[in-house]
Design a protein around this ligand. Structure first.
Ligand code: SF4
Length: 317
């Protein structure tokens, strides 16, 4: 697991909301996702993590930056190759109900991509729908039903089947379990892990809390107000979080181990500042318990503080 499937270089995604106001939702992010990897992306609401995911799969065009897929800049591809890359990159959404057309039967929802890419017709299409339903733990008769006839967990399974229908290689899972009951979350995670092995998938798994991505991720990136704050493999991030924001997120996860329960909880003051007018210097400084005068003046450099463990914080400069 070393070859990069996806490289995001200097990605920016800005939204102009008024004549003189711009939200810098994603502001100069560079990441590399390796073939077969699950890359967890974490941050509070407004951190830009979902915008980054949607921009990577082409649902939004970047303001600046490059997306390199399988070694090729997608902007340089001809139309046919671009359509092929779009097919190979799929997305699963947070709210399965909102993302499924309530007036369509589940079979036709699953076949949307099959039809759009002309992958199968007639009986082959029908067989493929049944096969996909089976892959995600649903039954053939479910193809004739409508989304409202299913539970939240089943609807997420339908969303996963729809993404799988076009034989993707890379899936952005945008908070796929956040809207589900805790009892159902593990089932959907297990299904995604099984499918990853069977289909040789690569995931960008987005969540708002670190606990959700801990077990599924090989590496984890932590975003705050459009910037990457820390990036490390999952074990190192949990064993030794470097950035004060990661430390605060980690301290909020309930732990079963009584020794670990002694870990002091770091309460972050207030909500994140508006991304329209983010703080100067380090964007986390208005909530950071370690903020120094330099933090307001200088943007901290993105630095490899330990092998493969990166962070942007003046404490390590
Ligand atoms: Fe805190 Fe300063 Fe580090 Fe930002 S750069 S996280 S404000 S210590």
């Amino acid at each position: 697991m070393s070859e990069a499937l996806l490289q995001v270089e200097g990605m920016k995604k800005y939204f102009k909301i008024k004549k003189d106001q711009t939200v810098k939702s994603v502001d100069d992010i560079s990441i590399e996702i390796k073939k077969g990897e699950t890359f967890g992306l974490v941050g509070e609401s407004g951190s830009g993590k979902s915008t980054l995911g949607k921009t990577i799969v082409g649902l939004q065009s970047p303001t600046a930056g490059r997306i390199i897929y399988n070694g090729v800049d997608v902007e340089t591809l001809d139309k046919k190759s671009k359509i092929n890359v779009n097919r190979e990159m799929q997305i699963i959404f947070q709210d399965p109900y909102a993302s499924l057309n309530p007036r369509m039967r589940v079979g036709d929802i699953i076949a949307e991509g099959i039809d759009a890419h002309n992958l199968a017709k007639g009986k082959a299409r029908q067989d493929r729908i049944f096969e996909l339903l089976d892959r995600v733990g649903l039954r053939p008769e479910h193809a004739r039903r409508y989304p409202h006839e299913f539970s939240g967990g089943q609807r997420q399974r339908i969303g996963i089947a729809r993404a799988l229908a076009v034989n993707p290689k890379f899936i952005v899972a945008d908070e796929p379990i956040s809207a589900l009951d805790v009892s159902i979350q593990a089932q959907v995670i297990n299904l995604m892990e099984d499918l990853k092995k069977q289909e040789e998938l690569t995931y960008l798994f987005i969540a708002h809390d670190l606990g959700m991505v801990k077990h599924i991720s090989d590496r984890i990136g932590v975003m705050y107000l459009g910037k990457m704050m820390e990036l490390a493999n999952s074990y190192d991030l949990f064993a030794e979080p470097l950035h004060p924001y990661t430390q605060a997120l980690l301290s909020a996860i309930p732990v079963a181990n009584p020794k670990a329960a002694k870990r002091e909880r770091i309460v972050l003051a207030g909500d994140p500042p508006s991304p329209v007018n983010p703080p100067s210097g380090c964007r986390f400084r208005t909530r950071c318990p370690h903020a120094m005068s330099i933090c307001a003046e200088v943007v901290p450099a993105w630095k490899e503080v330990k092998p493969n463990h990166w962070t942007a914080c003046h404490l390590y400069n």
